[in-house]
Design a binder for this molecule. Structure first.
Ligand SMILES: [Zn+2]
Length: 185
């Protein structure tokens, strides 16, 4: 996404990111002007299920594709779009096995990254330090308002309240308009 505004104060996630890599990239959009800003991640247990579901799906996709490679003459399969692409690649490459192994490795990496994301959510000490640690860095200087685990409050709260009120008004308007249209139909 090409959001290039220096004065973004809040980045709110209401979907669980699939990795700390993506999460950090996304929250990095807040506070590019160096002023106080916050990243808010809304999570409830079970939010990870959607990621498990898609990981499982791609694993099954890969497994049935592998089955085809091993017993192509016996297996009657209908490829989906992704598998069709795999087939093109496999037909071109001299080392299909190596290529399949890479695919398997990618699955494992995906699972690992999700696990680390969940670990971050369940972090008990310091989220800032946890992120830095994940990327092989150390927290040298802890800011006063570090993270929620250390009592940080959201910056410029009056502004948030104002924002919420305007948002509500907008939503009410949108809803009203929707209902109007429906009754007209
Ligand atoms: Zn902290």
């Amino acid at each position: 996404m090409g959001i290039d505004k220096p004065d973004i104060r809040y980045v709110v996630h209401y979907d669980l990111p699939d990795s700390l890599e993506n999460y950090v990239q996304e929250i990095g959009r807040a506070g590019r002007d160096q002023k106080a800003s916050a990243a808010i991640l809304l999570y409830q247990p079970g939010d990870e299920r959607i990621h498990y579901f898609f990981n499982q799906l791609s694993r099954e996709q890969r497994q049935s594709f592998e089955l085809y490679l091993e017993h192509s003459e016996e297996v009657d399969v209908l490829f989906d779009e992704v598998q069709q692409k795999w087939l093109e690649i496999v037909n071109k490459t001299n080392e299909p096995e190596q290529w399949m192994n890479r695919l398997k490795l990618q699955e494992k990496e995906k699972e690992y990254r999700l696990k680390q994301m969940l670990r971050y959510i369940k972090e008990e000490n310091c989220r800032r330090a946890a992120i830095l640690h994940y990327f092989g860095e150390k927290l040298v200087e802890k800011p006063d308002s570090c993270c929620d685990l250390e009592g940080a409050v959201l910056p410029v709260q009056e502004e948030v309240q104002e924002m919420t009120v305007t948002k509500k008004a907008e939503w009410q308007e949108i809803l009203l308009n929707l209902f109007k249209k429906n009754t007209e139909l």
